[in-house]
Structure formats: structure tokens, C-alpha cells
Design a binder for this molecule. Structure first.
Ligand SMILES: *Cc1c(COP(=O)(O)O)cnc(C)c1O
Length: 392
């Protein structure tokens, strides 16, 4: 016989049934499994695994759901960033301003192309790029002997960055703006969908993103027909009008037909999922506003809540996480280190004045389980356990 362990003072969440998932892809799959099976079977039937009819159908639907003039599907969010940087001919001697508080993929492609990221700070309430620090970024770039050419805005945790102000700043300084909307597909600003808020927008269909496939996938949106043609060429090894004309250097950046077929089915429930995410996020905010710093979204913007991220006392965060874990509640820290403190990105310039907010947020952020299928009972367990942990 195993010795009996002491009873926990309060019930452990999920122990009687299933562990609480951080993102519940199984619940979503159960809702649409027959349609997914049929969609994949159709691809196996016609056999056009590369650039099959589902890819074109998906692009048509992505275009109409965002309102963007052009939607170009591709193999991942990372490839989308790479293709966008290639289309803008980013290279040595050029600087691109981007926030330090983001995922490592944001500046990666521009570094691979020989460009230099210049890190700017974020706003402590939206977690997104701080327009007030762009001037300091330009100054740091010029001091390093670099020519600033563009800005990458990142829609962190599902909320669009302030593109109106970013676009104005960019216009005044002759820069392009790219939206890294890997986390924000479906979000809105002033009634306009992500995909139309900047000259170019990239997104990701990685499984855990708001709209995810069953593998890797991504897309690029633009209003510019010429840019769209260049991006399509880059996606297929730089081809010209004829398959065997090679007019530039490109990559193999295509989205698999099977992933397009999966995404078409997922898009059919996506609007409903966005609505559910609003209700769940509002419920978290309602019940946690008095105990933690809740995320803030201005009334003109709609987040798709890729993450629901609180700020807590930095000194207590590890304990809070451990207490929740002991109750079967997973949490995550996005991101524990701003990029300018990562070994691979330390050599690059940071905006004059430093990046104090990125550094503080990295110590304070805590993301809770968030997905469209989080039921009220489970959410109450999370909220209750968090309230206890925050009081310690
Ligand atoms: C996920 C993510 C990416 C990369 O997308 P992949 O599809 O995983 O390549 C880029 N930027 C941000 C902000 C992301 O969250």
C-alpha cells in the first residue's frame, strides 16, 4: 500500500477529471472533427498537395474576412516575416525599429537578411510598441551609422498596436510599416480588421494562435498589388510569369493544401470563437480587477485575446505560479526576457533612453489559461486559486 498523502486544504483543480489545458485545442476539434475529416479526405482524393484549390479558396476567404485587397498564404508566420523583409529588400546598413518585448521571430528574418534591429520600448498598459520611443530609436540607428528604413509593430497578446500613430510617424520619416499580427488575426481597430491597418501585415496559423491549423502556416496581407505580386513570386523561388522564369531570389514559402483545408473549416467557427474570447476575457477582468493589474484595451480596439496577461508583483510571481501549478492550473510567462537581453540580440542598438518598460514587464507578466472553450466553472477555479495566491 502507498502511504496516504495529506488532503489538500482546498480541492485541486482538474484532478478529478482532466488537467486544465492552457489552450484547449481538443475541445475545438471535437466541435468540427467530421468537417475536418471530410476536408482532409477531399485533398487526399484530388492529390494537389501543393497550391491545390483549397489554398486559393482560403486566400479568397482571408481576403474577404479582413477586407484586405490581397491575401498571400505561406508556410509560417516566420516565413511571412522573411518574405515581407525580402520584398522590402532589407539588407546590410539598414535599421528596422521593433519592440524588444516580443517573440524572437519578430526581428529574426531581418537579421538573417543582414539588416539590423533597433529595439524600442513598449507601453506598460497595452504591451505594444511605444510611439514615444521611436524618435530615440531613429537616433540610436543613426549613431550606429545605419539608415532607418522601417518599423515593425507587434500586436502583442492579440491587441493591435497603435497603427494610426505608427503610420503617421513612418510617413513623416520615409519609413515603411509592417504589422506583425501573428497573435492578432481577427482583431480590430476603429472598425477595421487586422490586415488593413498597415502597408503590410503578417500573421501566423501556428496551432496555438487565435486561428491555428494542424501544423505550420501563415499569411501576408497588403493593399498594394505590386507588392502582392512580388510576395507571390518570392513564395515560389522568385518565379516570374512562367514557372521556369527566375526573376529574383525567393524561398519555398508555400502553405500546404491540407493546412489550407483545415483552416477553411476553422474559419467557419472563428467569428463565434472571437465572441467567446470577449466574454471570457471580460469575465476575467471583471473578477480580477481588484486583485491584479488587468490588461487594458482601449474602446476603439478589439483584441482576440491570444493571451490573457496580468501584471503581478515581480517578487511574488514565482510563488504565484507554483501555487497555481499545485492546483493543476497552468500559467505561462510571455516573455521572461526582452530581446535586447537575449544573447543573440544583445549586440544590436536600443533606443536612446533604454527600454525600462520592456524590462519591468518581463518581470511582472503572467498569462492565464485562455481559449474559446474555457467554461465558467473552470474559470472560477482559476480565479479563486489566483485570488488566494495573490494574497500570499
Ligand atoms: C508566433 C509568432 C511569430 C512566428 O509565427 P510562426 O508561425 O510560429 O512562425 C512571429 N511573431 C510573433 C509575435 C509570434 O507570436
Amino acid at each position: 500500500m502507498t502511504p496516504s498523502s495529506p488532503m489538500p486544504a482546498e480541492p485541486v483543480a482538474g484532478s478529478a477529471t482532466m488537467p486544465i489545458p492552457f489552450i484547449d485545442l481538443k475541445a475545438q476539434q471535437a466541435r468540427i472533427r467530421p468537417a475536418i475529416d471530410r476536408a482532409i479526405a477531399r485533398v487526399l482524393e484530388h492529390g494537389q498537395y501543393i497550391m491545390g484549390p483549397e489554398v486559393l479558396e482560403l486566400e479568397r476567404r482571408l481576403q474577404s474576412s479582413t477586407g484586405a485587397a490581397h491575401a498571400i498564404s505561406c508556410a509560417s508566420g516566420t516565413d511571412a516575416l522573411m518574405m515581407a523583409m525580402m520584398a522590402k529588400e532589407v539588407g546590410p546598413g539598414q535599421a528596422v525599429l521593433c519592440p524588444a518585448f516580443t517573440y524572437t521571430a519578430t526581428p529574426e528574418s531581418l537579421v538573417l537578411l543582414g539588416g539590423t534591429p533597433v529595439f524600442v520600448d513598449v507601453e506598460h498598459d497595452s504591451f505594444n510598441i511605444s510611439v514615444a520611443t521611436l524618435e530615440g530609436g531613429l537616433h540610436a540607428a543613426r549613431k550606429a551609422g545605419l539608415r532607418p528604413v522601417g518599423i515593425i509593430g507587434v500586436d502583442l497578446f492579440g491587441q493591435p498596436a497603435g497603427y494610426a500613430a505608427l503610420n503617421d510617424f513612418a510617413d513623416a520619416h520615409g519609413l515603411w510599416v509592417l504589422a506583425d499580427a501573428a497573435q492578432s488575426f481577427g482583431a480590430e481597430c476603429a472598425g477595421r480588421r487586422v490586415g488593413t491597418l498597415a502597408e503590410m501585415t503578417v500573421t501566423s496559423f501556428f496551432p496555438a494562435k487565435p486561428l491555428g491549423c494542424y501544423g505550420d502556416g501563415g499569411a501576408i496581407f497588403t493593399e498594394d498589388a505590386e507588392l502582392a505580386a512580388v510576395l507571390r513570386s518570392i513564395r515560389s523561388h522568385g518565379r516570374g510569369a512562367d514557372k521556369y522564369d527566375v526573376i529574383r531570389h525567393g524561398i519555398n514559402g508555400r502553405l500546404d493544401t491540407i493546412q489550407a483545408a483545415v483552416l477553411i473549416e476553422k474559419l467557419s467557427i472563428f467569428e463565434d470563437e472571437i465572441e467567446r474570447r470577449q466574454v471570457i476575457a471580460a469575465r476575467y477582468s471583471d473578477k480580477l480587477a481588484n486583485v491584479a493589474v488587468i490588461p487594458s484595451v482601449p474602446p476603439t480596439r478589439r483584441s482576440v485575446w491570444a493571451q490573457y496577461t496580468l501584471r503581478v508583483d515581480a517578487a511574488k510571481r514565482t510563488t504565484i505560479q507554483a501555487m497555481l501549478k499545485a492546483r493543476g492550473i497552468p500559467t505561462e510567462i510571455y516573455y521572461p526576457r526582452p530581446l535586447h537581453h537575449q544573447p543573440a540580440y544583445q549586440p544590436f542598438p536600443v533606443a536612446d533612453g533604454g527600454l525600462p518598460i520592456s524590462e519591468t514587464l518581463a518581470q511582472e507578466v503572467l498569462s492565464l489559461p485562455m481559449h474559446p472553450y474555457l467554461d465558467e466553472a473552470t474559470q472560477d477555479l482559476i480565479i479563486g486559486a489566483l485570488a488566494v495566491a495573490l494574497r500570499t
